[in-house]
Ligand binder design. Sequence first.
Ligand SMILES: [Zn+2]
Length: 190
Amino acid sequence: MPLHFDKMFSKYFGVIFLIVYHDFNISVEEYENRSKKNDFPTVEQCPHCKSRVRLFRHGFYWRNAIEEKQHRIPILRLKCPSCRNTISLLPTFLLSYFQYTADVIITKLRDIIIDHNIGDYHQLVLFYRKRFLNRLNQIEMFFRDDGFKGTLPKDPKEKATKLLRMILALGKATFLRRYRGHFSYNFMAH
Ligand SMILES: [Zn+2]
């Protein structure tokens, strides 16, 4: 299977966490219902040491996924028998370290950047916007590689609006899938 992963360095633990995304092709609700009985794929190559070995299952941890309501879902951890490092297998509807699903985050970005409506989640939404504004060049590069030849505004806020409209025009799901294939980390990463 193709591996799209995020690499995160944890200041607290002094180690690198790897997160591998897998498209389970189901909704958050369905994933929550199936829980530990989800159809978890096998990973045949270690993203840490690149060994061609099958990673073994190494338990689960639980995290929140918030869409219309809050879901509590298990995330499978895998361990490499060769280098002993672990990875987490995250469903593609999540972004690592964000409690809200990718779909909700883009919707919230639209609320604040396009509709200027902060809503109930003040701090969180401002945080998303800041993260998004830091990612503008990367997102522009994605669209350039995709064949976009138009001009973009110099002003970061206007540029953010334009790029977000392009994301929405492309479709949230399509954008997230292709962006992940394009870069090895998610669009809201550090
Ligand atoms: Zn390894």
